[in-house]
Design a protein around this ligand. Structure first.
Ligand code: HSE
Length: 309
């Protein structure tokens, strides 16, 4: 049997929604698992030469955790795993969330094939959050769209946030990587009341704009005081690229996840490509090559499907 899933890239935080808000974009890592073959992993695309082709691979690790949670049904651990990656690694676009979500969904299909009890959507989300450590990438990677999530004693709670159809996102990916663990070390563990209040206001403003579709509420850019001011130092050129994006017509600019990629929010496609050009230029002027793309939100739920072989 062969199962296929494509998992979207995600941009987490969306500025003031640190660790709780995220958005799926229409660029995907594609994965398939075919049983009845000796174990092998073939990886093509983004960072293919950096990723392990052994059982240490993050997709396989997630699959193993799912088998354990599903009560270890008799799943033969011989398969051909094919990964076609389009999400850059350690760039702030949710590549690790995609590996987790893809691995869990593929493994769930193998559990069903083996006659075991598959995990529910809710259980999959809880497990993905447990593996990733925070919900803001894995929730939209699993459900699509934009979401607001938090974890309490009862598990993960996720709410869909509507995404107005005129939003275009410029993603600028510089040619250096930044691992989330490193980027989290600079974020202070406590904040002042003034900064907390500021962030509540900004996150509410963003939610209001997305829910009402009145993007003018975002004009001038919304901002964050919990993580971006501290992470800026890890992203050379951040201020210049931000100004270039806002000056050339972006509504707002946010660090994508833990960085270093930057996400410019635009309301039409032509403007988005102009913003992309200005961001590329500005980062180049800082001595940092980067690539830019314009993406739309991915609005569909992520599901694994059986393929005929
Ligand atoms: N919320 C996470 C962070 C996203 O900002 O560290 C990156 O994984």
């Amino acid at each position: 049997m062969k199962y296929y899933v494509r998992v979207p890239a995600t941009s987490a935080n969306l500025g003031p929604g640190f660790d709780c808000m995220g958005l799926a974009l229409d660029v995907y890592n594609e994965m398939s698992v075919e049983t009845g073959h000796p174990f092998s992993i073939e990886i093509t695309g983004e960072s293919a030469n950096l990723l392990p082709t052994t059982r240490e691979n993050a997709v396989v690790q997630a699959m193993e955790v799912l088998f354990e949670r599903a009560g270890n049904p008799a799943v033969e651990r011989e398969w051909k795993l094919t990964l076609e990656n389009h999400i850059p690694v350690a760039s702030g676009l949710g590549s690790s969330a995609s590996a987790i979500v893809g691995g869990l969904l593929l493994a769930n299909e193998l559990v069903i094939e083996a006659g075991g009890q598959a995990l529910s959507h809710r259980e999959l989300l809880d497990l993905a959050v447990e593996l990733e450590g925070h919900p803001d990438n894995v929730a939209p990677a699993l459900t699509g769209g934009a979401s607001l999530s938090y974890v309490d004693d009862h598990g993960t709670h996720t709410f869909a946030i509507p995404v107005p159809d005129n939003l275009y996102f410029v993603v600028a990916v510089p040619y250096f990587t930044l691992h989330t663990e490193q980027s989290r070390t600079v974020v202070p563990p406590t904040v002042t009341r003034a900064d907390a209040v500021f962030n509540i206001a900004q996150a509410s403003r963003l939610t209001l704009a997305l829910c009402t579709g009145n993007l003018e509420l975002l004009r001038g850019g919304f901002s964050d005081r919990l993580h971006e001011p501290y992470r800026r130092s890890l992203v050379p050129g951040y201020d210049d690229v931000r100004h270039a994006a806002l000056r050339s017509g972006a509504l707002a600019l946010t660090l994508s996840g833990a960085g270093p990629s930057l996400l410019a929010w635009c309301t039409d496609e032509v403007a988005a490509w102009q913003v992309a050009d200005q961001m590329t230029l500005s980062w180049r002027e800082n001595g940092i090559p980067c690539r830019t793309e314009v993406y739309r939100p991915c609005l569909t739920q992520t599901v694994a499907v059986r393929e005929d072989v």
